[in-house]
Design a protein. Structure first.
Length: 488
């Protein structure tokens, strides 16, 4: 799932859409650069700004997916994950630029990769998990072509959509704390009342210092609205980790040791491409579980994409007179195709990034900027040795920061209305507490339907929400249902 922007980029004061059209070359006419009040220089500058603001995904996506094991205990290769992440981002960002003509970059979504790593993989093989991503993307494309995507969006109350984003933010932050070792499971949990603790009872070791300094640096940069704050923090803490690894006697950094590679450049490893099975998951778990997992992926992708596309386009001043995104259907179709591409490449579902606002702040108004953002992602294909030395302790502060940024949406929820507040609370709380995004969405949906019914307002609940809640009810009660049916 993509994260809210920390750029703090000022709005450009150049002419907006609707400015008088001026003559230009073929590229100018195709991308409507002059017509939208932009210039080649602004587009190029915007393309670079967007890349450096969202390049952290080249580090975080391999770390999140690479840290997880599938049902068989298999792990994905970090170097291959860097290649897959960069390739999908490069290709789909360029396609969005050429096909959608909007300055919207795409890459593996934070939140979505957490679903893949911590919900799908433990239940099935990696091929099956990535197959579900492909299936999700295909369904989104169908929903776009039939017009049902907007119907699903309208079925879910806005506060619940916001609660889902907040819950995912807390979940991602929790993952960051756990991955860094800041929070650990208490070994003898059966004899204690607290399941997790601070470090190993206290915070010790140089790696923990790197994490702590990384969190401080990240939040300071965010507070000062420094562009590329997350990427700057990752790079700075990685440099510090490399120095400490050389100077101090450190037993372990965990998954990744920050040792300088023999070479900064290497040929990309495309070994993960094509490793997916669209229908393999149906042989691993129940049909109901598969449907709910796909439903969860679709919901996460839906809300992120719609909010991002509208928000960035509005900031660029490109909404039409009715407040709608130009060629929205085409943009959403490309976004759905990006999910398919992400699954097919084993990079998790790719989606539109709110960090594209950084490019807009630098003057980008067209898809021409995407050619440069995508080009830089393509260049990153050859920098795998450098990107794979980042330790968890240097990258995890970014997850904590993303959690904060997603948490800010909680202010839009009306906490005085219990029929909304209670489902929102359950959605937010259940995700990190059960380590499951699906559980949080299910708890929120069921609570919303039950409370509305108890208040005599059942007619306010959309029929699609009734259907989803029925599926979640079966999901939560699957064990007694299977016992009643004699399945077990």
């Amino acid at each position: 799932m993509n994260s809210p922007s920390a750029t703090g980029a000022p709005h450009d004061s150049s002419p907006r859409a609707g400015s008088p059209r001026l003559p230009g070359g073929p590229l100018d006419r195709y991308f409507r650069i002059t017509e939208r009040g932009s210039t080649y220089a602004r587009e190029i500058r915007g393309g670079f700004a967007t890349f450096f603001t969202m390049a952290y995904i080249l580090v975080l996506n391999p770390i999140i997916l690479g840290a997880a094991e599938d049902k068989t205990g298999a792990k994905l290769d970090p170097a291959q994950l860097v290649t897959a992440t960069a390739l999908v981002a490069a290709v789909m960002t360029v396609i969005m630029g050429v096909g959608g003509n909007l300055p919207l970059a795409l890459a593996a979504g934070l939140g979505l990769n957490a679903v893949v790593a911590f919900q799908l993989a433990p239940l099935m093989t990696w091929d099956d998990a990535m197959g579900l991503i492909v299936l999700e993307g295909l369904i989104i494309c169908v929903l776009v072509l039939t017009g049902l995507r907007e119907a699903v969006m309208h079925a879910i109350p806005q506060p619940l959509k916001q609660a889902i984003s907040v819950g995912i933010g807390l979940f991602i932050a929790f993952i960051g704390f756990v991955d860094a070792g800041f929070v650990t499971r208490i070994p003898d949990a059966a004899n204690t009342t607290v399941p997790v603790q601070l470090g190993t009872g206290s915070l010790t070791g140089w790696p923990m210092l790197v994490f702590g300094l990384g969190v401080v640096l990240t939040i300071v940069l965010l507070a000062r609205k420094v562009k590329g704050a997350i990427l700057i923090s990752i790079v700075a803490m990685t440099v510090l980790a490399v120095i400490l690894d050389k100077a101090a006697d450190i037993k372990t950094w965990g998954l990744t040791t920050p040792a300088l590679p023999d070479s900064a450049v290497a040929l990309p490893d495309f070994g993960l491409l094509g490793n997916f099975d669209v229908f393999g998951a149906f042989g691993q778990v129940s049909v109901v579980t598969v449907l709910l997992l796909v439903f969860t992926l679709i919901l996460s992708d839906f809300f992120d994409t719609m909010g991002t596309v509208v928000g960035v386009t509005a900031e660029a001043g490109l909404l039409d007179e009715r407040g709608q995104v130009p060629d929205l259907g085409r943009v959403l179709l490309i976004d759905g195709a990006a999910a398919v591409a992400g699954g097919a490449a084993s990079a998790s579902s790719a989606t539109t990034y709110i960090e594209s606002a950084a490019g807009v702040g630098e003057g980008a108004r067209t898809g021409f900027a995407n050619l440069f953002t995508g080009g830089l992602f393509a260049l990153a294909l050859f920098l795998t040795p450098v990107l794979t030395i980042v330790p968890l302790q240097a990258a995890a502060p970014a997850l904590v920061a993303v959690g904060f940024l997603m948490m800010t949406q909680v202010k839009h929820i009306d906490w005085d209305r219990y029929d909304i507040a209670i489902p929102a609370f359950l959605t937010i709380a259940v995700m990190p507490f059960t380590y499951s995004i699906t559980n949080g969405i299910g708890a929120g949906f069921l609570a919303y339907v039950v409370i509305k019914t108890a208040l005599g307002k059942a007619r306010e609940v959309h029929w699609l929400l009734w259907g989803a809640s029925a599926l979640f009810l079966v999901y939560f009660a699957i064990d007694p249902i299977e016992q009643l049916l004699g399945v077990k």
